[in-house]
Write a protein that binds this ligand. Structure first.
Ligand code: SF4
Length: 126
């Protein structure tokens, strides 16, 4: 497994019970549990929307940090889905840290992508 490999995917939780099960799994098996340096999962976040080369490079470094910290974690997929479920109603300003090997803005992009996909599916079905 390489450090840049992204998590396998699992289905998003549909119920609070599903979400709690994911949380328990993450708490039991997550690599970061018991770490002596939890702040490592909350590095300074580069500007999400700045198109300058400097900001682009900073985002790349941040993404690599996320993959490095979570790269060997056996519950990355569960952690990512739990994060997405917990954050789905939060404003962008309230989403921080690395979870499921993804930065905060990567999770936000994934959330938006899923929302667009769900909207398209709803329109098709109507
Ligand atoms: S994926 Fe990362 S943040 Fe989530 S439990 Fe594993 S090490 Fe912790």
């Amino acid at each position: 497994m390489t450090l840049l490999q992204l998590p396998r995917t699992i289905a998003p939780p549909n119920t609070l019970s599903d979400l709690n099960e994911l949380r328990l799994t993450v708490m039991a098996y997550g690599t970061c549990r018991g770490t002596t340096n939890p702040d490592a999962w909350f590095p300074d976040e580069p500007d999400w929307e700045d198109d300058s080369q400097e900001a682009t490079e900073a985002r790349g470094t941040h993404k690599q940090t996320a993959r490095m910290l979570c790269g060997g974690c056996p519950v990355r997929a569960e952690c990512l889905e739990a994060a997405l479920a917990e954050e789905q109603l939060l404003p962008r300003s309230a989403i921080h840290g690395i979870r499921g090997a993804r930065s905060a803005w990567e999770r936000l992009k994934l959330r938006r992508s899923r929302q667009r996909s769900a909207t398209r599916q709803t329109r098709k079905a109507a």
